[in-house]
Design a binder for this molecule. Structure first.
Ligand SMILES: NC(=O)c1ccc[n+]([C@@H]2O[C@H](COP(=O)([O-])OP(=O)(O)OC[C@H]3O[C@@H](n4cnc5c(N)ncnc54)[C@H](O)[C@@H]3O)[C@@H](O)[C@H]2O)c1
Length: 338
């Protein structure tokens, strides 16, 4: 075994598909699997935006379409399904029909295509957005345990679709069609993630705003900033995905940290990392999502003997460093005040 407990580092000969390989987590997943010696195919509706892919084979395909899912899953043993129409809270609350329709097409077709093409394992990326809204209406919320998902009352659109796709995975697994593994991600952030354009998440949006404002300046913060979340660094996310794929646990598992922080405090932490004094202008007209959301990692620790390791300050240092370097190359194209 290697020192991280994941077995030999080189698993050469294994063939994997990363669907959504042109996106943030998928791009990092391809790099992770390549380091482990895999042959990797990446598929996405677009090429990666910020860095060339390291996949052996990269196909641009629309995975809403059945025949494209069959082509994508041909001749691979492991399928990592990370393709989704998604974005930050503004995007997913403003586009319920598109998000729900696109994602149910992708997930139903991908699962069945992987089964028909004889894949041996299938990973599905669910979300903390499946948890009931009635459990998330205070900022000082305790962690959400996996069984808290029911009775269901998930986020409209995106959350309902994720919850149903979890169920589809469960049925394929139970009926012996295809072993499936499911993780519920809690706010993944890191370098090479979207930081502008409307689909970016809070850590990236805050990093962009702070990078573009002068020391002592003001930035807009969505909501009163007292809403809370926990955040997970992308390196921990891809390692967690791999560990879950190789566990014998087929029910959904939280993949996140259980360190809760308010959004105003997150702004202060990014400002500290950036070495700037920042004033906050809280905008109550902007969407802020649930009041509080945190991961309970009890089961993750029981199943894997592992949980995400990277501190928020270390992760934000890497993320802010990458976003500010990107912006230094194109300062006029992005507005600081969005
Ligand atoms: N980033 C997070 O905090 C987070 C949290 C919870 C769940 N997730 C889930 O993790 C997965 C990866 O998320 P991400 O953060 O990398 O997002 P992302 O938007 O960067 O990646 C998703 C990729 O899917 C691709 N895609 C969308 N429609 C497609 C289509 N029709 N055909 C082919 N590809 C298509 C997009 O082009 C994109 O590259 C998604 O399933 C997402 O719902 C992410």
């Amino acid at each position: 075994m290697s020192e991280n407990g994941l077995g030999e580092d080189k698993e050469s000969g294994k063939r994997a598909l990363v669907a959504g390989g042109g996106g943030f987590i998928g791009h990092h997943m391809i790099k992770y699997l390549k380091k482990r010696g895999y042959w990797v195919r990446g598929v996405d509706i677009k090429e990666p935006q910020y860095e060339a892919t390291s996949a052996d084979d990269f196909k641009v395909l629309d995975l809403r379409r059945w025949e494209n899912c069959l082509e994508a899953t041909e001749d691979v043993a492991e399928v990592y399904q990370l393709a989704a129409d998604m974005g930050g809270i503004g995007y997913i609350t403003g586009n319920h029909a598109d998000v729900a329709r696109n994602n149910i097409l992708i997930n139903a077709h991908m699962l069945d295509a992987a089964h028909l093409n004889g894949a041996s394992r299938y990973f599905y990326s669910s979300s903390a957005c499946i948890y009931p809204l009635y459990r998330q209406n205070t900022p000082d919320i305790g962690g959400l345990r996996e069984e808290d998902a029911y009775p269901a009352d998930p986020e409209e659109g995106y959350g309902w679709e994720k919850l149903y796709a979890e169920k589809l995975c469960q049925y394929y697994d139970e009926e012996g069609k295809l072993p499936t593994r499911v993780a519920r991600f809690h706010n993944i952030y890191g370098p090479l993630g979207t930081y502008d354009g409307g689909r970016e998440k809070a850590p990236a949006a805050i990093s962009r705003k702070i990078a573009l404002v002068d020391d002592g300046g003001e930035i807009e913060v969505w909501g009163d900033g007292l809403q809370t979340r926990s955040f997970t660094y992308v390196d921990d996310c891809v390692e967690g995905i791999y560990r879950i794929m190789y566990s014998d646990h087929s029910s959904p598992l939280n993949l996140g940290t259980d360190v809760l922080i308010g959004i105003n405090d997150l702004v202060d932490l990014v400002a500290k990392v950036a070495g700037k004094q920042i004033q906050k202008r809280n905008d109550l007209s902007k969407p802020q999502g649930v009041r509080g959301r945190n991961s309970d990692n009890t089961r993750l620790r029981e199943v894997l003997g592992w949980e995400p390791q990277t501190s928020l300050e270390d992760g934000l240092t890497a993320t802010y460093g990458w976003i500010s370097a990107q912006l230094a190359n194109k300062p006029s194209e992005v507005a600081a005040s969005k």
